[in-house]
Design a protein around this ligand. Sequence first.
Ligand code: ADP
Ligand code: MG
Length: 930
Amino acid sequence: MVAAKPAGMSEPEPPEPPESAAEDSGRVMPAITAGDDGRVTPAMAQYIEIKAANPDCLLFYRMGDFYEMFFEDAEVASRALGITLTKRGKYLGRDVPLCGVPVIRAEEYLHKLIALGHRVAVCEQLEDPAEAKKRGSKSVVRRDVVRLVTPGTLTEDTLLDATRNNYLMAVARAKASDKDDSRFALAWIDISTGEFRIAECDRAGLSAEIARIEPGEIIVSDALYADGDLVQLWRALPAVTPLARDAFDGATAERRLSDFFAIATADSFGTLTRLELTAAAACVTYVERTQLGKRPPLSPPQREGNGTSMAIDQATRANLELMRTLGGERRGSLIAAIDRTVTSAGSRLLAQRLAAPLTEVETITRRHDAVAALVADATLRAELRDMLNAAPDLARALARIAVGRAGPRDLAGVRDGLIAAGGIAQRLAVLRKAPAEMADAASACRKPDPSLSAELAHALADDLPVMKRDGGFVRAGYDKSLDEARALRDESRRVIAALQARYADETGIRTLKIRHNNVLGYFVEVTAQHGDRLMAAPLNATFIHRQTLAGQVRFTSTELGELESKIASAAERALGLELDIFERLAGAVIAQGGEIKQTAEALAVLDVAAGLATLAAERDFVRPTVDASMAFVIEGGRHPVVEQALARDGTPFVANDCDLSAPDSKDGDANGGRIWLLTGPNMAGKSTFLRQNALIAVLAQAGSFVPARRAHIGVVDRLFSRVGAADDLARGRSTFMVEMVETAAILNQAGERALVILDEIGRGTATFDGLSIAWATIEHLHAANRCRALFATHYHELTALSARLPRLHNATVRVKEWHGEVVFLHEVVPGAADRSYGIQVAKLAGLPASVIERAQEVLAKLEAEDRATPKGFDDLPLFAAPVARKATPAADDPLEKVVSALAALNPDEMSPREAMEALYALKGKLSAPK
Ligand code: ADP
Ligand code: MG
């Protein structure tokens, strides 16, 4: 059965003639379908039964070297994968559609199908076809589904992003009479790394939690899936799988969980609530179902304490571009700018930390301590990173080994990871005073028994095949019986080479070859012209005809047949021994799974610390002070992403200070935070300044150093960032309504410890509405939320508010006018912008000189009128005077029309495209008939 390759025959094979392509490529055409009479073959019956058990999956039905799909599955898959749809026989009088993918390329196709949101059931042959035959000529090969492939339960490197976790999340709800009082438990697992976490939240926090964790797949009960209140949420998420109630049955949850971990009770999980147990049990039940009972090495569920991390909602995450840009790319995001890790596990951990900055000062300090130690010791840092570089993805290799999906390279991964960890532990042991985080990591690295890595190093060959069934991965000399079986196999192959030479001699056919393929096994092959000679006496006594092709004739012989079975049994024995060794080594790895997992985590922790230290050294970041005060003092702060982007063109970034601490104390106390109202023309750097301060808070609390000269941050428990609609309109995401809904969320939720960033809120509507909304928003932030906030606006009128609101501070981004041109200094200074420089910016954008000149005239006129009608911003209502100005009658003169159209324009609010259109419209008015 084993198809040993004829290694002795080194001449290149001529391309196989296309005699029966299906056969030669290993595609066994199914005897699956029935005849016109409606008779159902046993194979068909088997297919239908298996398919019926997995109705919501595409069924990959193994037949020889292919996974075949039938009926609707075939149609769906052929469309999704762009592969040919064929027909095979009939079922109930109709053609049966069929398409197949070769087993060796299955992962690639799986990847596409999963990405498109499909689920796939992989059905394998559980016995050799020869065995089935023994039961009778009509019997079918036993088959069954060995695994369901779903987006949240992947383990293969080819299907996973190395730098990101792939979580499966279960959401369970305890319904309250008032739906807003419902509690939710979330449990999430990465089966490729073993992480398992639990958290609770309320309805308001649900989508923020999902946004933070970004699961690859969410499972919910049917009932929750259909709940009217949540339908919108589910629909907006990529992969939500509803499950029948039993998976979310609270009564059996604890038992299912303890069964999975093979322990007596779930008591050891701490005091999980029934709701948390329900979510956690749903996760493991789903894992068992999709892995068909195989158990990946999960850590016991860890509860994430409420309020231990900074709450950041989805809009804020998107807006601050923490993990990806608004365009959806990693490049240009904060994570991309700060990730200097050298391992995939480190990269994943950094992403986790950035997604959930901490609120506990102690843990934050612990992380800063490790980074500081590695900033201070450049040699240690470099050595550590070198050693980490040699450590492969230990967690994922371990997971594949545990679910029986590993290859020899996964064993090698464990070997190399453990060797690296051993070296690192040794290196750290010589430190006199290692910070706690590093000391803990070092002791985790010492946990696995060193004899395991020694054994793996001893057993594994230097060059490893991807699949264990390819054999050849055990080092010669490791196992005596294996060496013997291999010697026998190789010896027989030499004998075949000798036989070929002898046959060539005996027949006088110099081109006679002994070849091998999967269908015929070994055979003698001669060109067509010599075929007749072998088929005639006397040679036909030796050679038995097997096959005639267009150019060749193939034979076998008794001697060849005997040799073949000798080779096959030696090769089979060798492979069998290798597979035994594989299982034994895998077993040894699994036995130390817990220690290996801790080691993997420790390596990731060290990688993150060393990566952040590298970043700090390279980009001149400082250690922030994070404490329980209400301070927010940033001196010489920079935007970590913009700075790097500018550095690429050699442009320096202008550092800026920011102080949102309560005004009446040094570095702040609990009197309510300060609000900075930032004015300045478009392009001055307002948005950049706002975001850099939010990002500095995120970085500091995630455990990183920060791009500033000095930073003192009293823990921020909640971060909000919103942008006025105009910035987002181009992407078709935001409308004024969304902007207002989001602003409402902030005003309702932000407490004293929140940090709020509002960028041009109120821009998405008419000027006076917008100004009024902005006005009232600032008053509310000041009086009710009392949080630290930054508010950028182009409404200069708002600066008047500082006279009444003691904690409102006006700041502006400096610009210089030089020969009528505006020069952006990007420098944030106290005070208000004197004007908006809209016309100067328009000039920079290339508006024609005549339009600019005319606009200046109009502006002068409008400003004169404005001065004539004093504004009473201190006494609401505010806008009587400006509204009256609107009523100025417009003459019929085209020039006047242009003037009034121009006056109505607000260049600050226009995209380049809108500016162009406006310009055409203006020209149109000039030439229009009276
Ligand atoms: P605004 O929000 O005021 O319109 P942005 O924050 O969008 O301005 O900044 C416009 C551009 O100015 C940015 O793309 C950036 O290239 C540059 N910029 C902003 N702030 C700085 C700074 N502090 N130093 C250097 N360049 C800056
Ligand atoms: Mg802006």
